[in-house]
Write a protein that binds this ligand. Structure first.
Ligand SMILES: NC(=O)c1ccc[n+]([C@@H]2O[C@H](COP(=O)([O-])OP(=O)(O)OC[C@H]3O[C@@H](n4cnc5c(N)ncnc54)[C@H](O)[C@@H]3O)[C@@H](O)[C@H]2O)c1
Length: 282
């Protein structure tokens, strides 16, 4: 199915980025927020990054104006009725997402593709809240969505080939690098990266390594573009601990549980770049 109009549910960190990708790639986009004020905040985020793109010469002022004009705001899910693809980026809570999908199922066209940007929930359990689980897929973007090219296109057992292919084709048309995978905990990147980063943090204490030396070891010895401690500071210690707990809860491997050092950092408010201090000071 050709996707012409896109709905984005939630214009927070991820939703605003996804809406920006969509309007910048030429798609009419409806952003739904819980209040008009939050909607305007989402639009301001999109505006700020598009304007920065003009300053850096990545797009022209006319392109920025046209992109922003493609974004309309609403507080009603029913205004997503004529969207071909809806990407949900609301809080990571299963019951909330299920409520949103039940309503999307009621208000959107039967052939619309309904996608969730969940990081750790089961796409299948979200799809079960609809009467058309074959039209539901995962589209897992990475933060910051306009910058990181990867989108994991997640196939739940019930997802149809056509829905998966439509989501994949849209992600490509929007300039992203989609990959396909099944609906398993952590999908691809988080399944691998979360226990690996936790190993790195445990090695700090086991081998008496300073964060600077750990990052030097992994950048100059393993060719990582960014060291693990710098990466956790960028992701946010709280986000990483939450994701570790979610993965550990589903798969039960000891390496997946958050290391004590990270739990203590979270309790002390040392969350990384966003709080001004994590493994490093900012
Ligand atoms: N932040 C990341 O690094 C990242 C990366 C990939 C995927 N995700 C996933 O994206 C989704 C959104 O995460 P985020 O980081 O953008 O969160 P956020 O807190 O920045 O945004 C959450 C959004 O949910 C909306 N919301 C809150 N209560 C709601 C309600 N009752 N009904 C409908 N909407 C409501 C908020 O208004 C906001 O738009 C989550 O599923 C998360 O797991 C996050």
């Amino acid at each position: 199915m050709e996707i012409r109009k896109v709905g984005v549910v939630g214009l927070g960190t991820m939703g605003a980025g996804i809406a920006q990708i969509s309007v910048q790639s030429g798609f009419e986009t409806v952003g739904r927020e819980v209040s008009a004020e939050l909607g305007e905040r989402g639009r301001a985020t999109v505006d700020r990054y598009l304007t920065r793109g003009v300053e850096k010469g990545r797009l022209t002022q006319d392109e920025r104006d046209a992109a922003l004009a493609r974004l309309t705001l609403t507080t009603e899910l029913s205004d997503l009725a004529d969207c071909d693809l809806v990407i949900e980026a609301a809080l990571e809570e299963l019951e909330l997402k299920r409520e949103i999908f039940t309503e999307l199922d009621r208000v959107t066209r039967p052939d619309a593709v309904l996608a969730t940007n969940t990081s750790a929930l089961s796409v299948s359990e979200i799809a079960e809240a609809t009467k058309r689980p074959e039209r539901v897929v995962g589209m897992h973007f990475f933060n910051p969505a306009p910058v990181l090219p990867l989108v994991e296109i997640v196939r739940a057992p019930e997802s149809s080939d056509e829905a998966v292919d439509s989501a994949y084709a849209w992600a490509e048309a929007a300039g992203k690098q989609p990959v396909r995978c099944n609906d398993t905990p952590g999908f691809i990147v988080n399944r691998i990266l979360i226990p690996l980063l936790n190993d790195c943090v445990r090695v700090l204490d086991e081998a008496g390594v300073q964060p600077e030396d750990m990052d030097k070891a992994m950048t100059s010895g393993a060719g990582w573009p960014l060291g693990p401690c710098a990466l956790i500071d960028l992701i946010g210690v709280d986000v990483h601990v939450h994701a570790s707990n979610a993965l550990h809860g589903k798969l039960g491997e000891a390496r997946m549980a958050p290391p004590e050092r990270l739990v203590q950092m979270q309790e002390a408010g040392k969350l990384g770049r966003k709080s001004g201090e994590g493994f490093y000071k900012y």
